[in-house]
Design a protein around this ligand. Structure first.
Ligand code: PLP
Length: 385
């Protein structure tokens, strides 16, 4: 027996044997790391063995080698193409996740002790505020949905900006509570908009010219974990003080093509595959249309079963990426998730701060999975409601 043979089959895998989906796998509703397109998984399997006919795998390649360099350049181009990112914006890859951008953004954009405005719409934006303060900056909360349990987003008239903030920060999709901005907030004239787009980047067309900085970890809508993509307007990358550590400066990353040291090269490679996949599938316009349809299938099932089902977000603010809801009791929720596994669904457990369920339907999540879970919701409500 191979030393790498699994010692124990986990219960989900056992159940999956009984509930194989069309491709022989579970429907994966995880919020991140999350589902990848099957074509990409097959490609990765090949490339780990022998990448592009080089005779050895992508994991074993040097980030300085010609083959890798060509792929890196292709990744920048493909990402630019997917997002229609204007020429005066630079694309970089960093490590540390979106979480590290909480202190990297102010470090690059603000003078020491400077202040910026934040719109608090979820656990993640709350973290961004805390981390900016901890790093020695002043994060002014321009609006908070905390007292209403983050069920909605603000009207423009409710947002109260401070005088001359260094930037305005918002989170385009609120992964944990399940709300999503339809269009970005308007900032005071000349103030750059910073966006944590971790869980909805490239899920729909976005006019990047309205933004100063957009960042997203790859593992939700754009590949595997390890790389954070940062899209930064050229002039903003020059703002960091000279004494900011080299590895935290956007300008270092730009100058060194995201490899001043060893980059997360497998994650970057995965972003290239995802970018190519989005382009081959018609681009962000098609993604937006598909994502809207997919989410609607699930929301329709939830709405039809109210009050047994309790969708978290108000209708106008609903996320197309992360659909959050509860059932009448925690026991019913556990039963819903446990029986769901038997039907081939995994990853439906909500974040620990919300409880209940969350089903995530990113770009790569197949429509059949949405249809299947909608039928399951209907059936479960009929039997248990
Ligand atoms: C997942 C997530 C984060 C944290 O990302 P990490 O890569 O784990 O640091 C931050 N913001 C949003 C909106 C997220 O969905």
């Amino acid at each position: 027996m191979s030393i790498f043979a699994p010692t124990q089959l986990v219960t989900t895998a056992t159940a999956a044997i009984a509930a194989r989906t069309a491709g022989g796998r579970m429907f994966n509703f995880n919020a991140g790391p999350s589902v990848l397109p099957e074509e990409i998984i097959h490609q990765i399997q090949q490339d780990i063995w022998d990448w592009n006919g080089t005779g050895y795998g992508i994991l074993e390649h040097s980030h300085r080698a010609k083959a890798y360099e060509a792929m890196l350049h292709e990744t920048f181009e493909n990402v630019r193409k997917v997002g229609s990112i204007p020429a005066n914006y630079k694309i970089i890859f960093m490590t540390g996740g979106s979480s590290s951008q909480n202190f990297i953004v102010p470090t690059n954009l603000l003078p020491k002790g400077g202040h910026a405005d934040y719109i608090e719409t979820d656990f993640w934006s709350s973290r961004s505020i805390e981390d900016a303060n901890q790093a020695g900056y002043h994060a002014h909360t321009a609006w908070s949905g905390k007292s209403e349990k983050y069920v909605r987003l603000p009207e423009a008239s409710e947002i109260q900006y401070s005088a001359n903030p260094g930037y305005v920060h918002f989170t385009s999709n609120n992964t944990i509570f399940g709300t999503q901005w339809k269009t970005e907030p308007t900032t005071p004239a000349g103030v750059p908009l910073v966006c944590d787009a971790c869980s909805d980047i490239f899920s729909k067309p976005v006019d990047f010219s309205k933004y100063g900085v957009v960042y997203a970890s790859a593992q939700k809508n754009l590949g595997v974990t390890g790389a954070t993509i940062v899209i930064v307007r050229e002039d903003l990358a020059e703002r960091a003080a000279a004494d900011v550590p080299r590895m935290l400066q956007y300008r270092t990353m730009i100058k060194e093509e995201s490899r001043p040291n060893t980059p997360p090269h497998f994650a970057i490679y995965s972003v290239n595959l995802m970018a190519k996949w989005i382009l081959a599938n018609g681009g962000v316009d098609v993604m937006a249309k598909r994502n809207a349809e997919k989410a609607q299938i699930i929301y329709d099932a939830l709405d039809a079963a109210v009050p047994f089902t309790r969708p978290h977000a108000v209708k106008q603010a609903r996320s197309l990426m992360n659909i959050t809801f509860r059932l009448p009791t925690p026991e019913l929720e556990e039963k819903f998730m446990a029986e769901g596994v038997q039907h081939g669904f995994d990853g439906m457990r909500g974040h620990r701060v919300t409880g209940g369920m969350r089903v995530s339907a990113y770009n790569a999540f197949p429509r059949e999975g949405c249809v299947a879970v909608a039928a399951y919701i209907k059936d479960f409500a009929a039997k248990n409601g």
